[in-house]
Ligand binder design. Structure first.
Ligand SMILES: Nc1ncnc2c1ncn2[C@@H]1O[C@H](COP(=O)(O)OP(=O)(O)OP(=O)(O)O)[C@@H](O)[C@H]1O
Length: 717
């Protein structure tokens, strides 16, 4: 063994003994927590009030502790800091020759804080203020850190160590420094189906964004692969740690562009021991509805425009399709009749600007009564009763009630959206608001019962425009348990469990999130900002994105206006990330070429890793495209260890997936250029790049070109 290898083995052994100590302590704590929980429940059988209160406290603490201890074992300890200590004392007093080990304080950093039997910290939580130096110290500004050590493990076994010596002058004799570049070693690892947490290798500029103040709006920008998504998710975990009652109680919602993306990031927060955040795609923000279909970028940009609110406002005021065209009632031998224009006028009067159709049905009915009463008086019906009796008579009649149900039904958003599927209605609502060309583009894009992702924001807008019919008040629930007729005070543990459940399964129309994280925010349309804004009126926000990656083709001023409306006047904190951790330098160079054609002066991130393998740009005859795609995908599956993504033009996904049906599916995913947003694969086959550029623009092509970590093949026909 070489000297370096021996040193590494010795250092690994030393760290292993600390890691063993931590796991032994963890097992002890876990046992104690389980015991305390059991004892707590036993105490309750004593039955008096004092015992209940005691049980309360015991069970609560024990259960919470056990949950935390259960959450995350893999790679529990991942960092060590050797810090200078006693600087002040040394300067004023005793002078020694050089620094020695007495001048060093050692601190371990991990996914969880663990204390020893005498309350000494064995590991501190990565989110604790004392751990910030682990991420923020640099050689230029060591912040008291002499050596930063990254500890890599597999399960409970330490496998490698990587050190950074930040303050050589303060390093005591005998302090050894091993490894070179933990970050690069991590980045070279294969990509799995899901995104990994980066807790052990968070970089300084990322850490600053993660720990930015909870209040207001934290805005994180940066080019492809700079860790915006990773930062957003670690920030959610950080907020939950720093103010648990506020953020777990109120709820954190993380919103990403697509279902594919949400699936990709779903394991990150649980791997950090946090499972109370709600993850949503833009197609699933409304409870009970999951839209996955995408429109073309051009159509999505029209549907996302604020002008659609005016189009929808016209729709909710219109007569229902196939509704009654007149009202005819025989009353005491005389025919009462209201024509279509009269009915329309009554509806319009009952629905002044700002009124919500489902909420003012009563005003519509009153308008009908008034018109019918006036007519009855005009006709001089004999023995006409008081108006009140006249109205009662009508209300009792089933033909009148049937008419009301058909004329002013309770409308659901999906009913009204379905009206837009009729070209006539679409034209009449949109004329003068959208251009003829835009109306033509929208025609045929609304499929009743099968909304696209862009339609979801329209449904949410309609929900607001329509309102809800007034409901009788719900009876209040008894806040206490009643078991066998005996009332029992709920325990903290019960409440904790209930709070947890409430955090993950919030009521259907939950809109009071304490924090909203918006990922890929460059693709959130104005209508979608309104949808998110409604759910974050009291929230603080983290908004991450990259304007150069947007597929939005509408008016930028409108986008800014809607975003400002959602985020309000809260204080903004801006952060920019500058290093691309995803792409090899060779792959990013090709992506950069595409975006520079559009924005020659754009500042792009620096790709830190090089593989020596340039992307392959192939052109084949159209008839050979299926074979070439299959060959490229299976070639990449053989070449890379991790995942392979095949990125297609939007309308061709299913066709191209068909070509690849016989390839092994575990490591292969076929996605459209729009679904590829935010995704990452080790190898990417990009099919028909020119068609992607033609349909969804150069910025979407730039996104597609910047998804691969190791290998990229483009196939043009
Ligand atoms: N500090 C880090 N240590 C290790 N890996 C990192 C670090 N920062 C980012 N990465 C990795 O880089 C890749 C890109 O990160 P992420 O997806 O968060 O970037 P992004 O800025 O959201 O990209 P895009 O805008 O292209 O969607 C991920 O695999 C992530 O794990």
């Amino acid at each position: 063994m070489t000297d370096a290898a021996t040193t590494l083995q010795q250092e690994i052994a030393a760290e292993q003994s600390h890691v063993d100590r931590v796991y032994a302590r963890l097992a002890q704590l876990r046992q104690a927590a389980v015991r305390a929980e059991k004892d707590g429940y036993r105490l309750a059988r004593v039955g008096n009030f004092g015992a209940l209160v005691e049980r309360d406290a015991m069970v609560f603490h024990a259960a919470r502790r056990r949950q935390a201890l259960d959450a995350e074992h893999e790679g529990l300890v991942f960092g060590r800091l050797d810090l200078r200590k006693g600087l002040d004392m040394r300067e004023g007093g005793e002078q020694r020759e050089g620094p020695d080990l007495r001048d060093v304080t050692v601190l371990y950093v991990g996914r969880l804080g663990v204390r020893g039997e005498n309350a000494e910290p064995l590991v501190i939580d990565w989110r604790a203020p004392a751990a910030a130096a682990f991420y923020q110290a640099t050689a230029a500004e060591p912040r008291g850190v002499i050596r930063r050590r990254m500890i890599q493990s597999s399960g409970e076994k330490v496998t490698n160590i990587e050190d950074d010596l930040l303050d050589p002058g303060a390093a005591p004799e005998g302090m050894r420094v091993v490894g070179d570049g933990a970050l690069l070693a991590t980045l070279a690892r294969a990509t799995g189906r899901g995104m990994r947490d980066i807790v052990a290798t968070i970089q300084r500029e990322q850490d600053q964004a993660i720990r930015s103040p909870a209040a207001g709006v934290t805005i994180v920008s940066g080019g492809p692969g700079t860790g915006k998504t990773a930062v957003a998710l670690h920030r959610a975990a950080y907020l939950l740690y720093s103010d648990r009652s506020r953020f777990a109680g109120g709820g954190i919602m993380v919103v990403g562009p697509s279902g594919v993306f949400v699936e990709y990031i779903a394991s990150v927060l649980p791997s950090l021991g946090e499972d109370t955040a709600t993850l949503k795609s833009l197609g699933s923000v409304i409870p009970g509805l999951v839209a996955t279909r995408t429109d073309t970028s051009a159509v999505a940009s029209i549907k996302g425009s604020l002008r659609m609110r005016r189009v929808l406002d016209r729709a909710v005021r219109d007569a229902v399709p196939n509704g009654p065209t007149e009202l005819r009632l025989l009353y005491r031998g005389q025919l009462l009749r209201l024509t279509r224009p009269e009915l329309d006028a009554i509806r319009a009067r009952a629905l002044p600007r700002g009124a919500r159709r489902n909420e003012v049905r009563r005003a519509g009915i009153d308008g009908l009564f008034d018109a019918l009463w006036a007519q009855a008086q005009r006709l001089g019906i004999s023995r006409l009763p008081e108006q009140i009796q006249f109205e009662d008579d009508l209300s009792d009649r089933s033909d009148f009630r049937d008419f009301l149900r058909a004329w002013w039904p309770r409308l659901l958003p999906r009913h009204v959206l379905a009206w837009l599927a009729e070209p006539e209605r679409l034209r009449s609502y949109a004329s003068g608001i959208l251009s003829n060309q835009e109306i033509k583009a929208l025609t045929g894009t609304f499929t009743p019962g099968d909304p696209t992702i862009a339609d979801v924001a329209l449904l949410d807008e309609l929900d607001e425009l329509l309102g809800k019919p007034p409901q009788p008040p719900k009876p209040k629930r008894d806040p206490y348990h009643v078991i066998d007729g005996i009332r029992e005070v709920t325990t903290y543990a019960d409440r904790q469990r209930a709070a947890r459940a409430a955090a993950t399964q919030r009521p259907d129309d939950y809109r009071e999130y304490a924090h909203i994280v918006v990922d890929e925010s460059q693709d959130v349309s104005p209508m979608q900002w309104r949808m998110l804004g409604r759910r974050g009126r009291l929230a603080s926000w983290t908004v991450v994105g990259d304007p150069a990656q947007t597929a939005w083709t509408g008016d930028p001023a409108e986008l800014a206006k809607a975003r400002d409306w959602a985020l309000g006047s809260r204080k903004r904190h801006d952060f920019t990330l500058t290093t691309n951790y995803r792409n090899s330098a060779e792959i990013f160079a090709l992506a950069a070429k595409v975006i520079r054609e559009l924005y020659p002066d754009i500042t792009l991130p620096r790709a830190v890793r090089s593989t020596g393998v340039p992307p392959e740009e192939l052109t084949v005859a159209p008839a050979d495209l299926p074979d070439a795609t299959r060959k490229a995908a299976s070639g990449l599956l053989a070449d890379v260890e991790g995942t392979v993504g095949v990125i297609t033009p939007v309308p061709r996904r299913d066709e191209i997936a068909g070509w690849l049906a016989d390839l092994p599916a575990e490591r292969l995913q076929v996605v459209t250029s729009l679904q590829a947003k935010g995704m990452e694969y080790d190898g990417v086959v990009l099919v028909a790049p020119d068609q992607i550029r033609g349909q969804d623009g150069a910025r979407t092509l730039y996104v597609a070109l910047s998804r691969a970590t190791q290998r990229l093949v483009t196939l043009s026909a």
